[in-house]
Design a protein around this ligand. Structure first.
Ligand SMILES: *[C@@H]1O[C@H](CO)[C@@H](O)[C@H](O)[C@H]1NC(C)=O
Ligand SMILES: *[C@@H]1O[C@H](CO)[C@@H](O)[C@H](O)[C@H]1NC(C)=O
Length: 316
């Protein structure tokens, strides 16, 4: 019934995506979307199944098929769903899992369904969880701390399927252009992986703990693991209002990025832990519109401010 996972963007309602072929549908009452339905690939349909949330940022299923919704400034809510076939999916009941106003974005569940992870701007926690009652069965354990900054305040969590002891945490910048992120020791604009099997290390300090998977990543909210290779990828919605030589060229630049951060299994890929450019290097999307850019190709970048050992003026 459900295809995929909602992207971690601000959603006002939860949609179901139905893949073809559409079974003969019973008629059912459906919730009207507040905003236009998302565009979906041919053969798919989208239908609102629940609404009335406060900043629903992330969703995940528990082992009993309940849909857990992380609402920013509220906490985690469990939705028990009623499936009447076709697109007729509705909420049978709602219950509070965690009431904690500091939670604002990330949610993950262990493979056995018994441990729930969630993040606030500053912290990542975990709780023991019972899907049959949709309740936590322990207090929260603080795993990672000291992540607070202004502007980009979501902390995407990704629990690796391949390496279940690794919890990835993505932290954004404190500004559109954040000079603090130039300092590798700042912890700004980084993705780091933390070994959650060793509680003697809790809570980790974000900037100094764990394994660096990448830095110079403005605000990589989308982070995923390749289901077969275990490769870690992130997406970057790049900087706003970019100028160079006093010229604003932000309309078609820079490009967004899909970045690769290697594997968690100990085999070190050359990308792993490296700098991905921000806040100094941005890839061109329309090179002809980049001031002073002769010969620049799509995806190549110009150092906008200062170079990290880069060949003259070009970065990638
Ligand atoms: C959120 O939960 C954590 C972990 O239990 C706790 O330390 C913190 O005080 C809670 N915050 C709020 C606002 O309830
Ligand atoms: C880690 O994963 C990569 C990609 O799947 C693979 O090539 C490599 O051999 C693996 N390393 C170990 C130590 O298993």
């Amino acid at each position: 019934m459900f295809a995929g996972r909602m992207l971690p963007v601000q959603l006002l309602a939860i949609f179901a995506l139905l893949s073809p072929p559409v079974a003969s549908q019973t008629s059912c009452s459906s919730l009207a979307p507040k905003n236009p339905n998302p565009s979906v690939a041919p053969g798919y349909k989208a239908q609102v199944i629940a609404n009335g949330f406060t900043r629903p940022r992330s969703i995940i299923f528990d082992k009993s098929g309940n849909l857990l919704v992380l609402e920013g400034g509220v906490g985690v809510t469990a939705l028990k769903l009623k499936d009447d076939g076709g697109l007729c999916l509705s909420v049978q009941s709602k219950s509070v899992v965690i009431a904690n106003t500091s939670l604002n974005h990330g949610i993950q569940m262990s493979a056995d369904g018994k441990t729930l992870y969630a993040s606030s701007s500053s912290n990542a926690w975990r709780w023991s969880y019972d899907s049959s009652s949709t309740k936590t069965t322990s207090d929260g354990t603080l795993l990672v701390q000291n992540m607070d900054n202004t502007d980009h305040i979501t902390r995407t969590l990704l629990l690796s399927s391949k390496e279940p002891n690794q919890l990835l945490v993505s932290r954004g910048s404190s500004n559109n252009f954040d000079p603090i992120a130039e300092d590798v020791n700042s912890g700004h604009s980084q993705i780091r992986a933390f070994d959650i099997s060793d509680s003697s290390k809790f809570p980790y300090d974000y900037a100094t703990g764990g394994t660096m998977l990448g830095w110079g990543l403005r605000n990589s909210v989308g982070v995923a693991e390749h289901p077969i290779t275990g490769g870690i990828y992130s997406v970057e919605n790049n900087v706003d209002e970019i100028t160079r030589n006093g010229v604003d060229f932000h309309l078609n630049n820079p490009g967004e990025e899909l970045n690769f951060h290697g594997y968690l299994n100990g085999t070190k890929h050359p990308n792993q832990g490296t700098n991905f450019g921000y806040p100094n290097c941005f890839p061109a999307w329309k090179p002809a519109e980049v001031p002073g850019s002769s010969g620049l190709m799509v995806g190549q970048g110009l150092w906008s401010r200062k170079a990290f050992n880069a060949p003259a003026n070009i970065c990638f």
